[in-house]
Design a protein around this ligand. Structure first.
Ligand code: ATP
Ligand code: MG
Length: 450
């Protein structure tokens, strides 16, 4: 992509309405524009990152054996009246009346609709287990939308639902989700710690929230610092293997890590003092087993092998796809701007031409652009007639992890400069060697989506 042809409305001034760094940087980097409170347009650069994150979520869900589908954003209120949540949900639900005076709503979540799809089509244990998910816009009329995409009213969320014959099977689905979420966040360069959360009125121990530690997080968290040493890494996992998934759950959830909702001072006191931490965190996901709550309310039953009719055991599992952009930036930035992890960067590398209009420099940049594209990478070539300082500042602000700088002086010696955004270190390389190095760096960060 040529920057001269792209739409990248970067702001020089720091927007005064933004209170936290991720919101400021997303506005300054021209990624989003507020349309009304808590509702945003996703400008090209922001949209690109949103898609990258979405695609990683898809890949990891499909890898875990979960089936993608899509449900509507506008739903009839009927099912919600049947489950009792139409009244219970309160003011966060955006209610709409259509021309025939029918009650509609903008989906804040979709347990009712998916359960209706299930009950209309599945009647035998033979069709279980089943987990379906969607990545879809949600609306919650938050009383205080703030921090940009972090707490929006309209936001993009992955919501998955498992249907199982027994509690035991449903808990395997729960564990599978936990494992797939660990992989998902790590691919985005994030450490998201599963913490025991509050099951609300349903109760029980079967809910974990995933939190990214950040000073600007809205949740207060308490944990044993040993949990931050854990990493999923690139281990192989067989998602059908019950013991293996259970093993990962135990590895990642037995140490103390809780949100303030479930915090227990006495238990926390048992953690060695030097490892006790109190901090703030951003909730980027939650998994939940809730048994037969919705299947009982909506009559989602299957016939067992013995011919008996039983309610299915369910769980629901969410990832805050749009919130993740904010969380990643909170975790990865410096004074000059964003630093995208390779897994989610909107472009793989920036090309900065120090002397636009110089025949040799222009040709070298174009050749680099072509070579990277031929390798399946997406470069952003700053071909504007601007000062080098301005070009560097833009690249630093938008946070591409790698920059290739091309100028007449280097080209005389047959080299360009490859700079890491994260470390600031540069090395001089032949253009072909710079391309080869980027191909190698990104070999582990290919995202294909569905
Ligand atoms: P919160 O406690 O932050 O209000 P929640 O627990 O109500 O969130 P869930 O129903 O668990 O949210 O939704 C799944 C995920 O969707 C959350 O973990 C979070 O990452 C994301 N999310 C929830 N509400 C919002 C919002 N208003 N804006 C952006 N993302 C959100
Ligand atoms: Mg939650």
């Amino acid at each position: 992509m040529r920057l001269s042809r792209y739409f990248l409305p970067v702001l020089k001034e720091t927007p005064s309405e933004a209170q936290i760094v991720s919101h400021r940087l997303m506005l300054r980097a021209g990624m989003i524009k507020q349309s009304s409170a808590g509702i945003y347009s996703w400008l090209p650069l922001g949209f690109k990152v949103l898609r990258k994150i979405e695609n990683i979520v898809h890949e990891e869900q499909v890898r875990a054996g979960h089936i993608p589908m899509q449900m509507p954003t506008l739903q009839s209120a009927d099912l919600w009246k049947e489950s009792g949540r139409y009244d219970a949900y309160g003011e966060e639900m955006l209610r709409i009346t259509d021309r025939h005076d029918r009650d509609m709503l903008y989906t804040p979540t979709a347990e009712e609709l998916i359960t209706d799809i299930f009950r209309s089509n599945v009647s035998s244990y033979k069709d279980l287990p089943l987990t379906m998910y969607q990545i879809q816009w949600k609306f919650r009329d938050e009383i205080r939308p703030r921090f940009g995409v972090m707490r929006g009213r309209e936001f993009y969320m992955k919501d998955g639902y498992n249907f199982d014959l027994s509690k035991e099977d449903a808990l395997h689905a729960y564990n599978r989700h936990l494992v797939s979420y660990l992989r998902t966040y790590e691919r985005m360069g994030l450490q998201a710690i599963p913490m025991r959360a509050d099951g609300g009125p349903i109760g029980g121990d079967y809910t974990h929230e995933f939190l990214v530690l950040a000073e600007t997080g809205e949740s207060e968290v308490f944990y044993d610092s040993a949990v931050t040493d854990l990493s999923f890494g690139d281990r192989e996992i067989d998602y059908d293997n019950v013991e293996q998934c259970q093993g990962v759950l135990e590895e990642f959830t037995t140490k103390y890590a809780r949100t303030d909702e479930t915090h227990d001072d006495a238990l926390f006191g048992e953690v060695p003092e030097e490892r006790r931490r109190t901090a703030r965190g951003i909730e980027v996901g939650q998994i939940f087993y809730f048994g037969t709550k919705y299947s009982d309310a909506l009559g989602a039953q299957v016939q067992t092998a013995e011919g008996e009719k039983v309610s299915v055991h369910m769980g629901s599992h969410g990832i805050g796809v749009s919130r993740l952009l904010g969380a990643i930036i909170e975790a990865s930035h410096d004074d000059n701007g964003i630093i995208w992890p390779e897994g989610v960067t909107p472009f793989h590398a920036g090309i900065v031409n120090l002397k636009q209009g110089d025949a040799e420099a222009d040709a070298a940049c174009e050749a680099l652009e072509k070579a990277l594209e031929a390798a399946g990478l997406e470069p952003l070539y700053d071909d504007r007639k601007e000062r080098a300082g301005g070009k560097f500042a833009t690249m630093d602000l938008i946070g591409l992890p790698w920059r290739i700088t091309v100028g007449p002086r280097g080209l005389k010696n047959g080299v360009v400069e490859l700079t890491s955004r994260r470390s600031g270190e540069s090395e001089e390389l032949a253009p072909e060697a710079a391309v080869a190095k980027l191909i190698e760096i990104y070999a582990d960060h290919r995202v294909t989506g569905l």
